[in-house]
Write a protein that binds this ligand. Structure first.
Ligand code: TXA
Ligand code: MG
Length: 347
């Protein structure tokens, strides 16, 4: 299939992409979190094409992207909690799971009776959705199992020739997917996936936040997470990822001891002076600047795929404050929940 590449500066191009989208084609587009692979959410056939292009299991539901929070009325049963969250965080990197209305086909929601609603703040995303005049079902624009795409170059690497169009707007601002939440009971929010809208930010609105088990730990065989996508080994480069927790000093010692192994690579922070100078190390960001780490994480994970000699990636685990929880979540998933505690090891 021929894939058109359109610049986000080309307004007529975005209009053309919107026509492709509304008439059933697939368009990859930038959002403030990661790139999305958009399809008309009202056409069951378009959703099926998304699953095929990504190689994604069809029980994994797609988020529906809208231009305005109020548009959710047409597709889902909203309520006070939705509007409290929306007034603080929409447009922005938040997805709210709501009971779905009939108009959203089962193909979009993996036959669930709920739908994820998100209103991206990215200008190009907003234009594309507005011009198309339809709700846009979009997963992250990567091949299933690969790290999400945070630049048009990543999308081209994964999906060129498999979709109709890619809108190029350079790098995504945040770099990690949206926070996904669901009202558990009045005043209580369950977080299914952490992101740039943090636990602390939602608590500041007066809600109690409970973290879904799948965020931090591996589910038992047969156990089902609330967000079906959380069960897959995700965000992963081809190489095996092994995480180390402990004090910066003990982690540094452990990573240094592995760095000389054949096929080893090290992922570390800028502050790790010795590690960051190693020939086979890559800096994911500054330990003190979680936004910067979030922004770079997927790009660094993807870079290991470009180097076939890398078989194992050794990495320091970040803390879980603020967006740190989202970084932690993506890393433990990439590592298949394998974490080595360096302090225990030395005792
Ligand atoms: O930032 C984002 O959310 C990006 C951009 C493109 O908007 N999208 C994204 O989509 O990350 P995707 O498909 O890669 O991840 C969506 C996650 C999956 O884990 C899926 O299982 C969950 O959301 N999800 C979607 N609809 C759901 C529903 N009705 N109930 C529970 N989980 C749902
Ligand atoms: Mg995804």
């Amino acid at each position: 299939m021929e894939t058109k590449i359109i610049s986000s500066c080309d307004d007529n191009g975005i209009k053309e992409a919107a026509r492709i989208l509304s008439s059933g084609g697939l368009v990859a587009f930038p959002t403030e979190t990661v790139y999305g692979l958009g399809a008309n959410a009202l056409l069951p056939g378009a959703a099926k094409k998304v699953y095929a292009a990504k190689g994604r299991p069809s029980d994994n539901p797609l988020i529906v992207h809208l231009a305005d929070p109020e548009d959710a009325e047409k597709y889902a049963r909203t309520g006070e909690t939705y509007y409290r969250l929306a007034s603080s965080f929409m447009p922005g990197p938040l997805t709210v799971i709501l009971p779905k209305k009939e108009i959203i086909p089962d193909e979009v929601t993996g036959a669930l009776d709920s739908v994820g609603i998100r209103v991206p703040s990215d200008k190009t995303a907003n234009k594309l959705i507005r011009y198309s005049g339809v709700p846009v079902a979009a997963p992250s624009a990567n091949l299933s199992g690969k790290p999400s795409t945070t630049s048009a170059a990543h999308v081209i690497a994964d999906l060129f020739g498999r979709i109709d169009c890619i809108i190029d707007a350079g790098e995504a601002k945040i770099g990690l997917e949206s926070t996904i939440v669901k009202e558990e009971s009045p005043g209580v929010i369950r977080m299914l996936r952490p992101g740039a809208i943090t636990v602390e930010m939602i608590e500041a609105l007066g809600f109690r936040v409970v973290l879904d088990k799948a965020v931090l730990s591996k589910l038992a065989e047969g156990e089902r997470p609330l967000a079906p996508g959380m069960k897959y080994r995700h965000y992963a480069p081809s190489a095996r990822v092994i995480l180390y927790s402990g004090t910066p000093e003990s982690v540094e010692r452990a990573l240094l001891s592995h760095s000389g192994e054949p096929g080893a690579a090290v992922m570390c922070f800028e502050e790790d002076k010795t590690l960051s100078k190693l020939e086979n190390s890559r800096v994911i960001g500054r330990r003190s600047d979680r936004d910067n780490t979030a922004h770079r994480l997927f790009s660094v994970l993807r870079s290991f795929d470009l180097d076939r000699s890398v078989r194992t990636v050794y990495c320091a685990l970040p803390d879980t404050e603020g967006i740190g929880l989202a970084i932690f979540n993506r890393l433990v998933k990439a590592a298949g929940y394998e974490i080595i505690n360096t302090e225990q090891e030395q005792k």
